[in-house]
Design a protein around this ligand. Structure first.
Ligand code: ADP
Length: 549
């Protein structure tokens, strides 16, 4: 359907036309939540404490410094950095002067990084000193970059001769005034840039507008229930999809923020959460595995922890149960992607579902989430026909809304269907209450005898088996059925369950015709730069695999 044409007789509303910009979020937090904490486990190790008041002052110093360096509106400024207070300052200062904060994922291969920096034509790169070696490798091969600036003080600045004279971040901002008159400009101006990580193809730049980021923040605080009482730890990296938008959303409600720096292992996270009384933490399942292991050995949850948001990959039922039943921590499953800023759906229970049995609740919670206002969802078949929202029909998930991508950076063509929807590449069901369940990526779905088998559901079921630590399922060619599932497992200990044992267990959770045709064991699974299992690599590794006749 085409959007409706202009209606005649409309009367303009008479409210102020004020742009939705990012810098006022930090100004607000600085003015009215000036003593609220921003805590970081610094890259050097010790805990660093500051406040929104001090952060806003330093953001203004940095804005002055960037202008003095000649950074102009529309210029790209890159970061190669962990989650820290300085990275937060960059988010706001760069976007606040009308330039674009390009967060680069340091886990990408260096070749990828060169391409991305050159494609974005970044003028500056701010980096954590842990990436000094990487920067030495980039320095002379990305001519657009005028300066690489380490995020530290002079005492911690790298003295590597390959880097030449280095101006440390603290010295850069020190001489500048701590007031800045934030300019006002069109809210559709670009504020930040993030390339997709390539799990799903070649990296493409997603250019977030100020308007999208502010509207996304309103949605995030309401759908994820963030309030002034919260102490929020985004374990998701600030280099990937703006740490899911938390650095913009938390200041909007004056919630305290805690950053983990580079230490994302279970023990470090536990200690940080415990010490800072974190109430809400957000991250991908692989990270929570580490935290849960530590919680079990400590025999308790980090004090103050009320809920975790799990997204980026499917949250297995066993993980939801571990948090909720063993430790009394509420789980909110969520789904999104780089192209959706990323919030798409969040799983909170409607009141009518609160009386469900624990098993039924867990099942409902393992769905990726419930529709939120601002993101229209639909599922369509191969021919683009809309499918029913009955929780059964699975189709291509398409989305539309003010924080959903329209076109990729430096691509003229719209990345949308002819009638203006973004195809996510995911296969999902939707039910009448708005709960969406991802059954697969379109590329990963296993086509068996004309039907689809969900690799995600099989993996999650396998993860509930006591011997299985990690699981991936891929489709392998089968002469009769086209494809059949191969289960690839990393075990917790030496015990290796047989196919019959595994299938006996899985048969209680998934349809019989889904059961894996074979099981194989590996030492580890390939994990991509955003913490997800790389199915592309597995398909390559097992491309010659054949089922026994
Ligand atoms: P990339 O594009 O680099 O893989 P994204 O972070 O943009 O990285 O990943 C988006 C994809 O991740 C989604 O399209 C979906 O397939 C998957 N995903 C995100 N959240 C979930 C979830 N809760 N359950 C299952 N898959 C998810």
């Amino acid at each position: 359907m085409m959007p409706p044409g202009p209606l005649s007789g409309l009367i303009p509303g008479q409210m102020m036309d004020r742009p939705l910009l990012v810098a006022p979020l930090m100004r607000f937090a600085g003015d009215y939540h000036g003593d609220t904490a921003v805590v970081t486990r610094s890259v050097e190790g010790p805990i660093h404490r500051t406040t929104y008041g001090e952060t806003h002052r330093r953001v203004q110093k940095l804005a002055n410094a960037l202008k003095a360096l000649g950074i102009k509106p529309g210029d790209r400024v890159a970061t190669l950095a962990w989650n820290t207070w300085r990275h937060l300052e960059l988010y706001y200062a760069v976007a606040g002067i009308g330039a674009i904060c390009h967060t680069v994922n340091p886990r990408l291969p260096i070749e990828h990084m060169r391409l991305i920096l050159a494609h974005a034509t970044d003028r500056l790169v701010f980096y954590d000193t842990t990436f000094t070696e990487l920067v030495a490798g980039l320095k002379n091969s990305v001519p657009c970059v005028e300066q690489f600036i380490p995020l530290c003080d002079a005492a911690h600045a790298p003295s590597d001769p390959r880097l030449g004279d280095v101006l440390a971040y603290e010295d850069l901002i020190a001489p500048h005034a701590e007031t800045f008159d934030w300019p006002e400009f069109n809210e559709n101006t670009a504020a930040s840039l993030c390339y997709t990580s390539g799990t799903t193809g070649t990296p493409k730049g997603v250019l977030y507008s100020h308007r999208a980021l502010v509207l996304h923040s309103y949605s995030m605080v309401s759908s994820s229930r963030m309030t002034v009482d919260d102490v929020i730890l985004p374990v998701v990296p600030m280099f990937h999809v703006n740490a899911w938008g938390v650095p913009y959303a938390a200041p909007m409600v004056g919630a305290a923020q805690v950053f983990a720096g580079r230490a994302m292992d279970g023990q470090s996270l536990f200690e940080l959460m415990d010490g800072e009384a974190v109430t809400c933490a957000l991250g991908v399942p692989t990270l929570w595995m580490g935290l849960l292991t530590h919680m079990r050995s400590a025999g308790r949850k980090p004090k103050g922890l009320e809920r975790v948001v799990i997204g980026g990959a499917a949250a297995p039922e066993s993980m939801i149960e571990a948090f909720e039943l063993e430790f009394g921590v509420e789980v909110n499953h969520a789904w999104g992607m780089t192209e959706t800023t990323p919030l798409g759906v969040v799983n909170t229970l409607k009141p009518k579902f609160k009386a469900l049995s624990q098993a039924e609740r867990t099942k409902l919670k393992s769905k990726q989430g419930r529709a939120i206002f601002g993101v229209d969802l639909r599922i369509v078949d191969e021919h683009g026909n809309a499918l029913p929202h009955d929780g059964v029909a699975a189709g291509h998930l398409q989305v539309r809304g003010p924080w959903i991508i329209q076109s990729y950076f430096k691509h003229d063509a719209r990345a949308l269907t002819a009638d203006g929807w973004f195809d996510t590449g995911d296969i999902a069901t939707l039910d009448g209450d708005g709960y969406m369940h991802i059954t697969d990526r379109a590329k990963d779905v296993i086509k068996s005898g004309g039907e689809w088998i969900s690799s995600v559901d099989l993996e999650n079921a396998a993860l509930g088996h006591p011997d299985v630590a990690m699981a991936a399922v891929i489709g392998i060619h089968h002469p009769r059925w086209t494809e059949r599932p191969l289960l690839i497992c990393v075990t917790k200990g030496a015990a290796r369950p047989t196919l019959a044992e595994i299938n006996d267990y899985l048969g209680r959770k998934v349809p019989k015709w889904w059961l894996p045709e074979a099981i194989t064991f590996v030492e580890s699974l390939p994990i991509g730069p955003t913490g997800k299992i790389q199915k592309v690599k597995l398909r390559e590794q097992f491309k010659d695999y054949r089922f026994d006749a």
